[in-house]
Each structure stands twice: as C-alpha cells, then as structure tokens.
Design a protein around this ligand. Structure first.
Ligand code: COA
Length: 702
C-alpha cells in the first residue's frame, strides 16, 4: 500500500514497506526549525507504522542538507534541536539509510552519520565545516565520526573544515556505498533488500572500530591540540576536547560534553564575526543593478597588459574556461607575459593541482599578440596597463576604435577616476572598473567600480562574470582608492602618525599581527615595494593641503633607494638567512624626523596601536558609506577580509567597530581630533547610529 503525506519541507511516502523521507527546503536544504520538526515527526511516524520495515532519508534539489540553518545561530534554538533528531534516527528499531548527494555538510552530514547506513551519489562532497563559522559539530559529529575513523581523520575533517569526496569518505568508513547514478533509487533498493534479509539497525554510537588503537587516538589528539593552540577561534580547542571525550566517555556523556562546548562557542565574538563574514560575502553579490538586468554575453575576453597583473587576470579567465587574447605593446613584453602564464601552469602541474591535459588546454585557449585589432571579436576587455592616466587613456582610445559595439571595456585601476576615463571615449556606458588584487589568479576579491554613466547591465554582467571567475565581487562607487585602498590609506596614516609620535615599525606590525593580520602594515609595504606608493605621493604632492599633517618617513626611506624586500632594505633589512630584521637606519631617520618636528616620543601600548588603526579604518569606512561609495558596511568588511588580510574572525573593520561599541569608537576618535582634526574627526554617521540605538550591522539589510 502506498501512502503520501506532504508537509512543505519534509515529505513522507511509504512504498513496498520502505518509508521514504525527503527533505525539501531550497536552496540547500538547511536544517531550520521547521525542517527539524518535520524530520523528527516523519521518523517517528515511520517507526510507529507497522507496515514500514526500513527508512530512507534523502533530499530533493541540489543537495543533501548543507548544514544547520546559519541564520538561527546566535538565537534561542527551537526544539527539537539537531542532536535530538539525530538521536531519534539512530535509535530507530528499523534500519535507516541516508541517500546523500550534493554537499552534505555540517548538520546534514551529522544526520547522515546518525543513520545506520550511508549511500552517496558519485560526486558528493561531505564535510564538517563548523569551525569556519567558529563553532563545532553540535549534532553528535564529534562523537560519531571518531568511533568510525579514529581521532586522526575525524580531527582533520573538523579542524580543517574541508569537505572530502565520497571516495575518501568511503575509504574512511564514513560511507558504505557509492551510487553511480540515482542515489535515491539505490537507497530504496538497499532498503528493500534489508527488509527481505531482516538486516538489523547499526547505530553509529555502538561502533568502536575507530577506538581500537588508544595510543594512536591520543597521539592524534595531542597533535591537533598543539595545532588548536595556534588558532584564534576557541572552537578549535573545544573540538579536540570533544573528540578526546569520544574515547574517554560513554556516548551520551560525550554528546552532553559536545552540547556544552557548542553552547559556549556559538554566542562568542569569533563565531558571531565568522557568521557575519559568511553572510556578508553572499550579500555583497546582491547589487541593485541585478534587478531586471539583461546580462551581456561574454564568451571571449581580451586582456591588455601582460605584466604581473595582466598575466594574473589572464590566468583567472583561462582557469574559468574563457578563450583569452593577451595584448602587449612589444613582442618582448608579450613573450615575458606568456612565459609567466606558462610557468604558473607548469608549477600547478608539478604540484599536482591540475593534470597536464588541463594545463595544456588552458594554454591552448591563450592567444598572445601585439595587435590591438585582434580585440575586434572579444566581448570584454580588461585593461591592466601601467597605472597612469595618460597611458590608460591611450589604450582606451585604441579599444574604442577596434572593439565591437556592446562589448565591455573594463579597467583594472586601483586609484584612477573611471568617470574621467570613460568620458574620453565614445561609449562611457560600456566602461566599468574591475579592480583585481595581486596575485590576481589567487586573490578572491574583485572591486567592481561603477561609474556615473556605467550601464546597469554592464555592472550586472561584471557580477555574473566574477562568479564564473570564482571571485568575491564587491560594488564600489568612484572614489580615490575605491573602498579597499581608501580604508588602507587611513590605516597606514594612523600607523604613520604613531611612527612619528614614538612607535617603531616592528612594534606596530607586531601589534597588528597580534590582532590577527597575517602581516603588519610596514611588512606589507616592504613586500609590495615602497616605490609604488612613493610615486603616487609624488604625483599628489602638488595638490596636497599644506596644513595637512604629512609624515615624510616613507619618502626619506625611498630616497635612500630602500624600496623594500626586492631591494634588500626598506622598513626592515631583508636578510635571506634570518628573515626581516629591524632596519636601524630607519629608526635613525624616524628619530631625526621627530627631532625636526619637535616631537617628544612617547610609548604606545599594543592595545592603543590596535585601537588607533581600527578606529581609523572604521571612520574611513563610515565616510565611504556617507559618500555612497560603499553600499553597506558589510561590503567594506568583505573587501578588507578578502583583499587586505583583515582577520575573518574579527568580521572586518565595521563589524569590529560594532563589537567594540560605536560609542567607545566615536569617543576615541573625538579624543584624538585635537591631534589632526580632519583625519580623526568622527564621521557624523557614528552619532546618527548611536542616537538611534543602531549599529553598522543594522545598515546591512537592503
Ligand atoms: N544556512 C542558511 N543558509 C544557507 C546555508 C546554511 N547552512 N548554506 C547556504 N545558505 C544559503 C546562502 O546564504 C545562499 O542564500 P542566498 O541565495 O539568499 O544568498 C544560498 O543558501 C546559496 O548558497 P551559496 O553559498 O550562494 O551557494 P553555493 O552553491 O555557492 O554553495 C554551499 C553552496 C552549501 C557549499 C555553501 O552555501 C556553504 O558552504 N554553506 C555553508 C555550509 C556550512 O557551513 N554548513 C555548516 C553549518 S553549521
């Protein structure tokens, strides 16, 4: 007898004695409260139904559940909670089979682990990425996985958060079978066989193959405990503790331990910031231009300029499957660019990241030429020539002459005024900025800079293209330095003021590393080369306000020819054997500057260095919001996290300001206003938000 009962999110059907329970909560079948309730009710019903001999749990759409519903995190959780659903499934007296496809992540994988048998469709990826959200598996994952795999593989899954293939999961014992085609059918057939053969349930809680070697188990625990100590999120150490308990405690006590650990991490500042980063990334892709947009067709891409940036952009496009025409002024430069791209693929092949055929296919899609006319048939050109207004104007004039009507002209500028550039050609509506970050084929951030005349369809096409290039796009309006470099400039200036007032480069760098940046601001300058920003400062010198506090230390260093790492010297001395060490002569230059300006040096604590840099960044971010350059605070956070090394677990400068308290940030800014009023004066947005009891995060929706 067949019977179907539908709720919206979980469907229940019995066929030939098999209860087929399907989760149906698009887009990724996240396990929100209603899904959990529906699943709980369906499993209970199957158990109570005497006509049911076995149960299959599967999912409609593109994936088995990709996790708990992250939107519920940080709020009181409605029952049944995930671990209650898992316990009910595992306790079933009838065998339960998980039919898994897509990406079974987090809570989704934990549901599968609570089932008695797991069949995955080929191509499925399974993982426990909770640590990337600052939490730990809270549905029994920390107790069930090690019982099957031992501590080593279990901890690798949970500490890296990286999903594994179905084949790897099978090798670890986490999957029983891989279905080549339709996993739901395969699971149904298995369920029928189990009924016929009277197969008993196999609760994971009773499995012990992973516990068979206590010495190896505790070695792995100690190995990962040492790793966890270096991680900034408290969940890391908790995961290790939980997995250790899988060996030490009875299952139910282990589950209780896991729950307590989860509850401790979930409301913490790191988890809150990481959740923010997760949604901020996805929110950034939603821009007003997408509504009603007609995307322009992009099949073939041109890249003008085969230097480091151009080559990186070309690689990014080739990787995404586009044919690319790469243009350089002369053959020599072109050969160098093509060689750079070839070297990149050779390295990827040598490291086993791609196979030779893939590398060859990507190279075969590349056409190098010095003839601009070859761009006549491309749909989009990304110009990545030298950052100079006249040079870019010349290139744009040539592009205007050869490109087909409706093709897009994108400029990879970091600072230049796109409106001014667009005004020099006949089709300003086709001009957009794509600001890539170096190395362009690796860095995820892409600032999509929208000019006054840019056609909304061109903007929308930019966002669609970014997805294909696997970039994280953020919309920015035209401004000197757009979002990223504007905030960076404020960060550097705050640091430079401290340099002059008493701190050393090493001290400032150490403070910002302690905050969570991989490297400090002066290390970054040395790595990037000091001559680039020096050239820019020289260009801007004529228009600089003479009343502005100007820190000349960087210029004085450059005057010595110390352009950073590539010159062996910069803020640091770059000793090949010992790494960067403090440059004593730079300290002399700083001391002389202080003396020249009559500054008596003072001490800066680590906390003060951090708060000055963070306040300056948040203030500049607030100004970008006021000016409409950034759409929302979370976009600024995404730019800083993905392009500038801002620690993700702090959520970005605007989120960090929320967490530190806007009143305290504003008061800090006000206090410093006497030092340099224009720089430190708080943006009126602070007062506006505080007055209304709001925070930056309240500006994110919309
Ligand atoms: N909870 C709530 N919403 C989720 C979610 C989750 N666990 N996972 C994804 N979503 C939402 C996204 O916010 C997005 O919503 P939007 O369309 O309104 O922006 C939508 O589902 C699609 O996700 P997206 O990431 O854009 O799709 P994708 O195909 O690129 O990636 C996943 C799919 C599942 C791989 C990816 O979303 C992911 O990694 N999710 C988080 C998984 C996770 O950490 N689970 C453990 C939770 S404890």
């Amino acid at each position: 007898m067949s019977e179907t009962a539908k709720s919206d999110l979980v469907t229940f059907e019995t066929r030939e004695g098999v209860a087929v329970i399907m989760i149906n909560n698009p887009p990724v079948n996240a396990l929100g409260a209603d899904v959990r309730a529906g699943l709980h009710a369906a499993v209970k019903r199957a158990q109570d139904d005497t006509a049911v001999g076995a149960i299959v749990i599967g999912a409609e759409g593109r994936s088995f559940p990709a996790g708990a519903d992250v939107r519920e995190f940080g709020k009181p959780r409605a029952t049944p909670i995930l671990s209650q659903v898992c316990d009910l499934i595992e306790a079933s007296q009838k065998p339960v089979i998980a039919a898994i496809h897509g990406t079974a992540l987090g809570g989704g994988f934990e549901i599968a682990l609570a089932c008695h048998y797991r069949i995955a469709q080929q191509g499925t990826r399974l993982g426990l990425p909770e640590i990337t959200l600052g939490v730990l598996p809270g549905g029994g994952g920390t107790q069930r996985v090690p019982r099957i795999t031992g501590a080593g593989p279990a901890l690798e899954l949970m500490m890296t958060g990286k999903p594994v293939t179905a084949e790897r999961a099978q090798a670890l014992g986490l999957i029983d079978q891989i279905a080549e085609r339709n996993v739901d059918k395969a699971a149904f057939a298995t369920a029928r066989n189990m009924i016929a053969q009277g197969t008993a349930p196999r609760p994971t809680r009773d499995r012990a193959e992973g516990l068979g070697d206590p010495a190896a188990f505790s070695d792995a625990v100690e190995h990962w405990r040492a790793q966890a100590a270096k991680r900034p999120v408290p969940a890391a150490a908790k995961i290790v503790d939980c997995v250790e308990r899988a060996m030490l405690l009875p299952f139910d006590n282990g589950i209780a331990f896991e729950r307590a650990a989860f509850d401790e991490c979930e409301p913490g500042p790191e988890a809150t910031a990481l959740r923010h980063a997760f949604f901020a990334e996805r929110r950034a892709a939603k821009v007003p231009e997408l509504a009603g947009a007609t995307l322009r067709e992009v099949h073939k891409i041109g890249v003008v300029g085969a230097g480091t940036m151009g080559a990186g952009i070309a690689i990014s496009c080739l990787d995404a499957g586009f044919p690319v025409t790469l243009i350089e002024r002369d053959q020599e430069g072109l050969d160098r660019g093509v060689a750079r791209i070839k070297t990149n693929y050779d390295r990827s092949i040598a490291k086993g990241r791609i196979d030779t055929a893939t590398g060859d296919a990507r190279m075969a899609r590349l056409t190098g030429t010095t003839d601009m006319a070859q761009l006549a048939d491309v749909d989009l050109v990304i110009e990545a020539v030298f950052e100079d207004e006249q040079v870019k104007r010349d290139v744009f004039a040539q592009l205007d002459a050869v490109m087909r009507p409706g093709a897009i002209l994108a400029t990879n500028t970091s600072y230049l005024d796109i409106n001014a550039l667009a005004a020099t050609i006949s089709r300003p509506e086709d001009v957009v900025g794509y600001h890539f970050f170096s190395p362009a084929h690796i860095m995820k951030l892409l600032e999509v800079v929208v000019g006054d005349k840019t056609d909304p369809n061109v903007v929308a096409t930019g966002f669609a293209l970014a997805k294909k290039l696997r970039k994280v796009p953020v919309r920015a309006g035209v401004a000197d330095g757009f979002i990223g470099n504007r905030v960076l400039a404020a960060y550097r200036l705050a640091a430079d003021f401290m340099l002059e007032d008493g701190a050393s480069p090493a001290q400032i760098d150490a403070a910002m590393r302690a905050y969570g940046f991989p490297v400090g601001p002066y290390q970054v300058l040395d790595m990037a080369g000091l001559d680039i920003s020096w050239a820019r400062r020289k260009r801007l010198a004529a228009t600089r306000d003479p009343n502005e506090r100007y820190v000349a230390i960087g210029d004085l260093i450059c005057e010595q020819g110390w352009f950073g790492q590539k010159a062996g010297r910069g803020y640091y001395v770059h000793d090949q054997d010992n790494g960067p060490i403090e440059n004593p002569e730079v300290l002399d230059i700083i001391a002389a500057e202080r003396a020249r300006k009559g500054i008596t040096p003072r001490m800066f604590s680590r906390e003060e260095i951090q708060s000055r840099c963070l306040d300056a960044m948040a203030n500049e971010g607030a100004r970008l919001l006021e000016e409409g350059v950034a759409l929302r605070p979370s976009d600024i956070d995404v730019v800083k996290i993905f392009g500038y090394g801002f620690p993700r677990h702090k959520g970005g400068p605007m989120m960090a300001a929320d967490q530190r308290g806007l009143l305290s940030v504003m008061n800090g800014l006000k206090e410093r206003s006497a030092e340099e009023p224009r720089f430190w004066a708080p943006s009126p947005l602070f007062n506006e938000l505080i007055k209304n009891g709001r925070r930056f995060s309240d500006m994110n929706n919309g």
